[in-house]
Write a protein that binds this ligand. Structure first.
Ligand code: NAD
Length: 487
């Protein structure tokens, strides 16, 4: 795979000093944010570096209380935060209520984890010695966030980074900066200056200067494979700590014993939440050929019952996609699959009844194979491509036939199949009978080209801590093995 260059800008830039934020359900401008510059980024790094000397020495209990306070302030502003998220990102309110829960609870979780320990004591080589492993913060962490979960993915980085004693600079996506700016203003204002700051702008204009800055030792990034590769290529020569959460192409295997109605609901939820714009969206479905017809009929029936509309409407099940270029990619994948013999069973079009907004019908597409883009590359839209298998071993081989390894789902009550699945499938998260759930204490992240970072849990805290081994001898006399030898 070649190393891609910076992606084409997703919104037209011009010479403007601001960036318009678009409501993807109406295509109306929601607001404008500053198009900040490399100079602004450098100034923020200087402040964050200065603040690091205060924050790293701040007692863990005090840091803990300040993080709980941030969560409490978010709860005071709950309605406005959810409204902003819904308007700028597009997904339905219940999904943003869930994102809000993740935002606040992640701050509370890491507030406590951060004061729990900072390393361990080892059994030493001699009785007169003490061996300790000390965990230390790195310094300034750049947290670069995508648009699909603007606040959840911010919290999964910022909360552990702060709890570990780092200072942070948040770079939200230029498509969804409003909710992050709101939080910066209303919920982070009690932190000492420079401990948490937010910069708005285009990735290549403000995030790259952070990536390249010698005083930013940690780059925590969630986003596309292409930008992740670019960041890695820039940061690796400087030996920076890279925390990369990249794309996915998750498989969902339905076993023969699964109930068709249940399978339909599980598949639709896994593939269509946030209009399929979840890094762990189901993007490849494998059905047993013996029952494929029954499963497919139930799935089509369920998908056709879903209501498409603006996320802010209480009757909406699925909102719009984030923008036209993202929708174009979905159309391209479907067209290519059709040209190679695939069949759209339902959906597959831009809905006629929604004149404005970047909507796309939830789509079930069959007769696909692994030569097609829709089964190879991240589609990141409301598509459910289904392929049949003849044996469970074949299904597992198909699930593993992918450059990504973020998550994988199975629906089955057969423990032998479940064990085989969890042991053989190469993915960072395995979901058996409960697709796309997370656990604050459980690490989330990918294998293979999904990037190796882990968020949440103890692992999520350790991503923002360096390890130092302290070897301390209390007996200060000379050692028998020092020079000169032979005495
Ligand atoms: P993106 O890679 O286009 O952008 C992500 C962020 O990177 C944005 O803030 C953007 O401004 C910034 N950026 C852009 N160019 C940059 C550059 N040259 N240097 C530094 N930063 C730069 O991704 P996106 O379209 O916002 O988000 C969708 C992608 O995110 C999908 O591929 C999805 O799979 C992935 N994602 C992964 C996870 C995960 O946990 N693995 C979670 C959510 C989303």
């Amino acid at each position: 795979m070649s190393l891609p260059q910076t992606q084409e800008p997703k919104t037209s830039r011009g010479n403007s000093k601001s960036i318009a934020v678009i409501n993807p359900a109406t295509e109306e401008i929601l607001g404008e944010v500053a198009r900040q510059t490399a100079d602004d980024a450098n100034k923020l790094v200087a402040k964050a570096k200065e603040a690091f000397n205060i924050w790293r020495k701040t007692p863990a209990n005090v840091r803990c209380h300040m993080m709980h306070e941030a969560a409490a302030k978010m709860r005071e502003h709950k309605d406005e935060i959810i409204r902003l998220l819904t308007l700028e990102e597009g997904k339905p309110v219940p999904e943003n209520e869930e994102e809000f829960e993740w935002l606040t609870n992640t701050f509370d979780y890491y507030a406590e984890l951060g004061r729990h320990e900072r390393g361990r004591v080892l059994p030493s080589g001699e009785y007169s010695q003490l061996n300790m492993v000390i965990k230390e913060p790195y310094g300034v962490a750049a947290c670069i966030i995508p648009w699909n979960y603007p606040l959840l993915l911010m919290a999964w980085k910022v909360a552990p980074a702060l709890a570990a004693g780092n200072t942070v600079i948040i770079k939200p996506s230029e498509l969804t900066p409003l909710s992050s700016l709101y939080i910066q203003k209303h919920c982070f204002d009690h932190f000492p200056e420079g401990v948490v700051s937010t910069i708005t702008g285009y990735g290549d204009e403000v995030a790259e200067p952070l990536v390249l800055h010698p005083d930013v030792p940690v780059i925590a990034f969630t986003g596309s494979l292409a930008i992740g590769q670019r960041i890695a290529s820039l940061a690796a020569p400087m030996m920076k700590k890279l925390h990369l959460e990249l794309g996915g192409k998750d498989a969902f295997i339905i076993a023969e014993d699964a109930d068709p109605e249940l399978a339909a609901k599980a598949l639709a939820y896994a593939a269509l939440t946030n209009a399929g714009q979840v890094c762990t969206s189901t993007e490849r479905v494998y059905l047993p050929s013996s029952k494929a017809k029954t499963f497919t009929e139930a799935l089509i029936h369920h998908v056709q019952s879903l209501r498409l509309g603006p996320g802010i409407e209480p009757t909406t099940d699925m909102g719009p996609m984030i923008g036209a270029t993202y929708r174009d990619k979905v159309v391209k994948h479907i067209d290519e699959a059709i040209a190679k013999g695939a069949k759209v069973l339902t959906g597959g079009r831009i809905p006629k009844h929604l004149a404005k907004g970047y909507f796309f019908e939830p789509t079930v597409i069959a007769s696909v194979d692994h030569s097609m883009l829709i089964m190879k590359e991240e589609t990141f839209g409301p598509t459910i491509p289904i392929m049949e298998y003849n044996s469970f071993d074949e299904a597992i081989a198909l699930a593993n036939d992918c450059v990504f390894g973020l998550g994988a789902c199975l629906l089955s009550s057969d423990p032998l199949k479940a064990k085989l699945f969890l042991e053989e499938v190469k993915a960072g998260t395995i979901w058996i009978n409960d697709p796309l759930t997370d656990n604050y204490a459980g690490p989330f992240g990918g294998m293979k080209m999904s990037g190796g970072a882990r968020e949440l849990g103890q692992e999520g805290l350790d991503e923002f801590r360096e390890t130092k081994h302290v070897h301390w001898e209390f007996n200060t006399s000379a050692k028998s093995w020092w020079y000169p030898y032979g005495q």
